[in-house]
Design a protein around this ligand. Structure first.
Ligand code: TXA
Ligand code: MG
Length: 421
């Protein structure tokens, strides 16, 4: 178990003479989410033993870095890892954008640990009444709400928008860091822009090594897919990004029965039943691993009975398309050529016996429920890009119900190619 440096020591060791983060950083501190307990008002209950004390110290260091400096910290939430900075500190927020390479016109979600902190972010220091029932049911949790923005939030956070996106995470480590810092924390996902979101600390390290001072490792994120972004200020309310709280769950809440889902790209938003609200993040390339992803989706008219064999045939054809030419692979004589397949609805492996004798097909099931598929998706994409010789990853689609809606939203963005079967 690594010892926990003081804030002064971390800054002295981690920064070079020009104030830049040194190679070899971040310091990674592993904590157990079970070390953090909260009372009914959301206050962190003091540590009860030495293990808890040590984990509280790690959370305290993260909180102090956020509250007292302008260096961002990566920490787990129940959806994905976030890269956080004091939302009221414009310089700190700029450093989050810089570490991720994120375009400055894509606004950040602000994370809070109680309603008073949430209200402090809004124009009238109060949360619009429409949100009360949904906050009661789904906060803390993977639900982000658009609120009228207080003038005190820097434009860097909201990229000039009049609303601010806020959520109260349920992950004990995230809650503890916000509580201890006493600051609302602006935090996008802790990946490099355009890469799959990080669901494990090692994913954060892959992307942000040498760019951040501190990474709190609280184990894998259970949700695996980012929060639902909900705009309840418009009529009807609109889901701008599907996520952990499903549209079915949102529509079950008083005042949100007519919620629409914005699921088109900005340029094909002429669907009559969608008023085309725009969440700025949607226009960027997203979630793409280094290996091309091909999505196999069932087209709405096609029959279910021969679906698995149609998928198999379509996959075989795409292997041909993506197979590196022999001249390109001649320079890499020893590396096997690998096709990755992520299954969702088909129970057993697709059969490719003997079509490409030199090819290896590595297949993996993402899980037996859509929640599991969501939980494993980003991590599996990163696993495949690490397999030597892997030149394409095939992903089997899911129905757009429950967590399946968010899964398909992410896979379509990650995909270089979509094949309808
Ligand atoms: O689960 C999550 O939401 C994770 C964890 C770390 O909390 N965070 C996350 O942040 O996914 P990020 O920055 O990767 O995605 C934020 C999304 C983007 O699509 C962004 O455009 C949208 O929220 N957003 C933020 N502020 C907005 C605003 N004022 N109006 C509309 N959309 C906004
Ligand atoms: Mg993101």
């Amino acid at each position: 178990m690594s010892t926990i440096p003081s804030l002064a020591q971390l800054l002295a060791d981690g920064l070079d003479d020009s104030g830049k983060v040194r190679h070899g950083f971040p310091v990674v501190l592993t904590v157990s989410p079970a070390s953090f307990h909260f009372d009914r008002d959301g206050n962190l209950i003091p540590a009860a033993n030495m293990d808890e004390q040590r984990d509280h110290l790690a959370a305290r260091l993260a909180a102090d870095l956020i509250a007292q400096t302008h260096f961002p910290v990566a920490f787990p939430t129940e959806t994905v890892y976030g890269l956080g900075a004091n939302a009221f500190h414009s310089e700190a927020v700029k450093n989050v954008f810089a570490a991720k390479g994120r375009p400055s016109d894509n606004p950040l979600i602000v994370h809070t640990s109680d309603i008073a902190m949430t209200a402090s972010l809004t124009a009238n220091s109060s949360v619009p009444a429409i949100y009360n029932p949904i906050i009661d049911q789904h906060w803390p949790g993977p639900l982000t709400l658009l609120l009228p923005k207080s003038a005190s939030i820097p434009h860097t956070v909201t990229a000039g928008h009049e609303s601010v996106a806020v959520r109260m995470p349920s992950h004990p480590v995230a809650r503890a860091i916000i509580f201890l810092s006493k600051k609302p924390i602006a935090a996008p996902s802790a990946n490099t822009s355009t890469r799959p979101s990080p669901t494990r600390a090692e994913h954060v390290a892959q992307d942000l090594a040498g760019r951040i001072l501190l990474l709190i490792d609280g184990g894998p994120c259970e949700g695996g897919i980012e929060s639902t972004v909900l705009d309840g200020l418009r009529i009807p309310p609109a889901i701008l990004r599907p996520g952990g709280v499903t549209v079915e769950m949102v529509r079950a809440v008083d005042g949100f029965q007519n919620t629409v889902v914005w699921k088109k790209n900005a340029d094909d938003s002429n669907d009559p039943d969608v008023s085309a609200p725009v969440t700025p993040g949607m226009k960027y390339k997203h979630y793409a691993p280094k290996v091309p992803v091909v999505l196999f989706e069932k087209s709405s008219s096609s029959s279910q009975s021969t679906l698995a064999s149609r998928k198999r045939d379509a996959m075989e054809a795409r292997i041909q398309t993506y197979l590196p030419s022999s001249s390109a692979s001649a320079s890499l004589p020893s590396s096997p050529r690998v096709v990755g397949i992520l299954r969702t609805e088909t129970q057993s492996d697709f059969e490719f016996a003997s079509i490409f004798p030199s090819l290896k097909v590595v297949q993996q099931s993402l899980g037996s429920s859509y929640a599991q598929v969501g939980s494993n998706l980003f991590s599996a994409l990163r696993d495949f890009e690490a397999i030597e010789g892997c030149f394409v990853v095939f992903v089997e689609g899911v129905e757009e119900v429950d967590e399946g809606l968010a899964v398909m939203n992410r896979v379509r963005k990650a995909a270089a190619d979509i094949v309808y079967v």
